[in-house]
Design a binder for this molecule. Structure first.
Ligand code: SF4
Length: 228
């Protein structure tokens, strides 16, 4: 059982300044890293750090390399994901990591699936880890959320088929906060979906929506957005 406790309940944060918010976020990240709640998950948890941002990226769960490297999307899927942001928004991996808060449905590596690939987190693990996402949405009050992969997308909206949700902007609500949602497919090399039609076109459409989103543009003030 974890000895950590979430920092809630948190009310509306509009009156709280960035310095206090940043301190709360740093405490929040420390709590995540200390969490040992799920017996079948492979700890330590992975965090992208306390980045005060109005843009929140939500992955599924770390792979086997991320806990060793100590950051989310640190291996091949990450290379592909960051190549999308570089290609369509002109933002490098380093800039992205510095300016966007990176969360996940589960913060620990679930372990291998005996049938191949990584184990999909079970509903109890997803529910246990949702405490962290809840705190992040209340603390950051994001204007744009980018869920990556079906497990992450389904935390916000139903996803019967990827081609029904990729390439679209949704208005979504979670934990009493409202924000724009632009889903992305998972960048894993095992999935050909983003590389073949209609996935290729829909991915380009989703990335264009992100590149033009006011919260995303405002997150990178030092760099003018690419003309698309
Ligand atoms: S998956 Fe989430 S809730 Fe479970 S131990 Fe890891 S950080 Fe804690």
């Amino acid at each position: 059982m974890s000895r950590t406790r979430p920092i809630g309940p948190i009310g509306p944060m509009g009156h709280i300044g960035p310095m206090v918010r940043r301190r709360l976020l740093q405490a929040h990240v420390s709590q995540i890293l200390a969490c040992r709640l799920c017996p079948n998950m492979k700890q330590p948890p992975v965090s992208g750090g306390a980045v005060l941002s109005r843009v929140l990226l939500v992955g599924q769960a770390p792979g086997v390399r991320e806990p060793i490297l100590g950051r989310p999307f640190a291996w091949t899927a990450g290379k592909r994901l960051f190549s999308w942001f570089q290609q369509w928004t002109g933002v490098s991996e380093e800039m992205f990591r510095t300016h966007v808060y990176m969360a996940a449905v589960c913060r620990c590596f679930p372990g291998r699936n005996p049938a191949g690939g990584d184990r999909v987190p079970n509903p109890a693990e997803v529910e246990a880890c949702s405490q962290w996402l809840r705190q992040e949405i209340l603390l950051l009050e994001p204007e744009l959320v980018i869920p990556v992969g079906r497990l992450a997308i389904e935390r916000f909206i139903p996803c019967p088929r990827m081609d029904e949700v990729i390439g679209k902007l949704f208005r979504s609500t979670l934990y009493g906060r409202e924000f724009d949602l632009i889903p992305l497919p998972h960048p894993s090399g095992a999935s050909p979906w983003p590389r073949i039609e209609p996935g290729k076109t829909l991915l380009a459409r989703a990335m264009t929506l992100i590149a033009r989103h006011p919260a995303y543009v405002a997150s990178f003030p030092a760099k003018p957005p690419r003309k698309l």
